[in-house]
Design a protein around this ligand. Structure first.
Ligand code: ATP
Length: 299
């Protein structure tokens, strides 16, 4: 495998008619790390995930997953990957355990090893006590945990999580984060797509920010913040005209700014002394970088 890379993409392009969903993407996922694809809706995250499972075929570029070239060797790659789709496709007429059993068959786990594999997946996802529940009786958070358990049943070398907590309430999201973080701590290689900045910040060793099908920045969350937004920001509140004025003044002295609905943030103000506007000081964060680079407001 290329220098311990679980995923290696070079110059990948995927078009849908006039739309270029992925536009010259380079992506490295080193083994044993968690990489987060962070981008606004329509940035090309799901398309990238579909390319990695060969559900979509790239028009151009090189794709390698676990050392296998796609699409030619996609079967071998897929057998060693665990995938959780964005849309829950569990069989709601079956129980938790039955869902896992179906996948244990599909992944050709030897009959003698099947029960142990199912037990292990139930334990990881904290679903042992719900093993006999029908899926349509589970909460949204449990269903998401089951989707992850199902992806782990054959001990994959690489886990692909497409928006793992989309649509969950914040408390349930935290539960899922704990599960994903535990997998990461065990050394599972993970590629995750998300449009939740906090999710990327909490879980990913490396975040790749996508916009319009391309990578606009990549690095650890703390490096990205330091590089693009500095250490401190000043938040300026006011009427729209005052905000526009403060924005122009900051930019005129070489400071970067970002908009939120009711304020502007002037970034990298540490050491800017006389040039910095009046306002509330706060540490910079990944959201600043995201807005700066993608031009998107947070939904
Ligand atoms: P989201 O978070 O909304 O899923 P995303 O970053 O995952 O966004 P994609 O779903 O990859 O983005 O979509 C990227 C672009 O490609 C969008 O403009 C989308 O409309 C388009 N697209 C994706 N799949 C198809 C398809 N099967 N046919 C036509 N256009 C598509």
């Amino acid at each position: 495998m290329d220098g311990q890379l679980a995923i290696r993409l070079r110059g990948v392009i995927k078009r849908y008619g006039p739309i270029t969903a992925v536009n010259g993407l380079d992506l490295d996922v080193p083994q044993g790390t968690c990489v987060g694809l962070l981008g606004p809706n329509g940035a090309g995250k799901s398309t990238t995930m579909r390319l990695l499972t060969a559900q979509a075929i790239a028009d151009e570029g090189e794709l390698e997953v676990l050392g296998f070239r796609l699409p030619a060797e996609s079967k071998q790659a897929r057998a060693r990957c665990g995938v959780t789709p964005q849309l829950d496709n569990l069989d709601v007429t079956l129980t938790v355990e039955q869902n896992l059993r179906v996948f244990a068959h599909l992944y050709r786990i030897a009959r003698a090893d099947r029960q142990a594999a199912i037990e292990r997946a139930l334990q990881i996802a904290n679903l042992v006590e719900r093993r006999d529940s029908r899926v349509d009786k589970l909460s949204g958070g449990m269903r998401r945990r089951l989707l992850i358990a199902r992806a782990l049943v054959h001990r994959p070398q690489l886990l692909l999580l497409d928006e793992p907590t989309v649509g969950l309430d914040p408390q349930v999201r935290q539960e899922l984060w704990a599960l994903i973080d535990a997998l990461r701590a065990e050394g599972t290689t993970i590629l995750m797509s998300t449009h939740y900045i906090e999710e990327a910040q909490r879980l990913a060793d490396t975040v790749l920010i996508m916009s319009h099908g391309s990578a606009v920045a990549a690095g650890s969350p703390s490096d990205l913040v330091a590089e693009h937004a500095g250490r401190e920001a000043i938040e300026v509140y006011g009427a729209p005209a005052a905000l526009a004025e403060a924005e122009a003044a900051a930019q005129a002295v070489g400071l970067r700014t970002r908009r939120t609905g009711t304020s502007i943030s002037v970034l990298g103000v540490e050491g800017a002394d006389g040039r910095a506007p009046e306002g509330e000081r706060r540490p910079t964060n990944l959201e600043d970088v995201f807005v700066l680079l993608t031009g998107e407001e947070i939904s």
